[in-house]
Design a protein around this ligand. Structure first.
Ligand SMILES: [Zn+2]
Length: 61
């Protein structure tokens, strides 16, 4: 695998759709129900099992 692909490992936030390094995101599977409701308000089809939320949105929720 080319190095430039390896370096680009980023997670997409389900709320703002921006990509962040794994350190700046939290898996949706690990957040509280009240936060999940916040995610689904902006993204009704968010993927709970594989999706992420960035820390910025987590703080806003
Ligand atoms: Zn976000």
């Amino acid at each position: 695998m080319p190095d430039n692909l390896k370096e680009k490992k980023q997670n997409q936030c389900s709320v703002c759709k921006n990509k962040y390094s794994p350190k700046q995101t939290v898996p949706l599977a690990t957040i509280r129900d009240s936060l999940l409701k916040y995610v689904f308000k902006s993204t009704p089809d968010a993927d709970i099992e594989n999706g992420y939320i960035c820390l910025n949105d987590l703080n806003k929720a």
